[in-house]
Design a protein. Structure first.
Length: 290
């Protein structure tokens, strides 16, 4: 898919388009594939905070105060997560990982992609589950990607506030998180868990290929599709399914589902947890279906 394609965007006011263009120039992120209603709400929230009465006035502020663009980018790429968010989903994923062991899948073949990983809570949660499996697990078996380099910097620092751990099973918290000297981010992910994860900058909405060679056994892409236009949702799903190994698993957010044209490729593993299994690889014909 082409990032410049006009089919990516929904109509939005010209002044808002200029604001998004300024954000794109700063970050490299093309927001035209995102739902305009979501973008408008987040821009308007920031306008209220700085008391800008119009898009034109806020655009002037962005041009005069470069730091404001960074704040806006934080709002547009908002990260709402915690370790083991929606704990039943992780329990189901743990069952799937155990089935890999039962099928004698070697640890050095595990490949997991956490797409849209934000500040890193999801990939580190997955790494804790992998660490619980019997046998050795190689470093870098989990690829974690996001469009926001600042979020990735937080993830690489691996220090988190106590409230991010509310859903973390106590036994995993004691084994894989250590107290940090930082007063705010008071818990640090242990070295062993951190070694399993590699963080990379990657824009799902602009990419035509995965951040690494495909063949992932599990891809988690939760609460990303809901912010995208229907056309871009389908393009992202095609990328994800094309990046799975045969029989690989896709985990989406609680409010997300594959588009109808791609459903024949998938088996529903857990409807409540939004986990699907790839039955066959997408073909050019299936990709072109409406």
């Amino acid at each position: 898919m082409s990032p410049a394609s006009s089919s990516r965007s929904e109509d939005c006011p010209p002044d808002l388009s200029q604001i998004l263009a300024a954000a794109r120039e700063r970050s490299g992120v093309d927001f035209r594939g995102y739902r305009s209603s979501t973008l408008e709400r987040r821009v308007q929230s920031r306008m209220l905070a700085v008391r800008a009465p119009s898009y034109a006035e806020y655009l002037r502020r962005l041009r005069e105060e470069p730091a404001e663009i960074d704040i806006l980018l934080d709002r547009l790429t908002i990260k709402v997560s915690r370790f083991f968010r929606n704990a039943p989903t992780y329990r189901r994923l743990q069952d799937i990982m155990l089935s890999w062991r039962a099928a004698a899948l070697d640890a050095d073949r595990f490949k997991i992609w956490s797409a849209g990983c934000g500040n890193g809570e999801e990939p580190y949660s997955l790494a804790m589950l992998v660490s619980e499996l019997p046998g050795p697990t190689p470093a870098g078996s989990i690829c974690a990607t996001d469009i926001d380099e600042r979020a990735l910097a937080v993830a690489r620092a691996r220090c988190y506030p106590a409230e991010a751990l509310d859903e973390t099973p106590p036994e995993l918290r004691s084994r894989y998180l250590v107290h940090s000297q930082q007063p705010i981010r008071s818990h640090r992910v242990a070295d062993g868990v951190a070694s399993l994860v590699t963080f990379l900058l990657h824009d799902l909405t602009a990419a035509t290929r995965p951040p690494r060679e495909g063949g992932f056994h599990l891809i988690c892409c939760r609460n990303v599709l809901i912010y995208l236009t229907p056309i871009v949702q389908r393009q992202v799903l095609e990328l994800l399914l094309g990046s799975l190994a045969p029989g690989g698993y896709l985990c989406l957010g609680k409010a997300e589902a594959p588009c109808a044209s791609l459903l024949p490729l998938l088996e529903v593993v857990d409807r409540a947890a939004r986990i699907f299994r790839l039955n066959r690889t997408p073909t050019p014909a299936s990709r072109g279906e409406a």
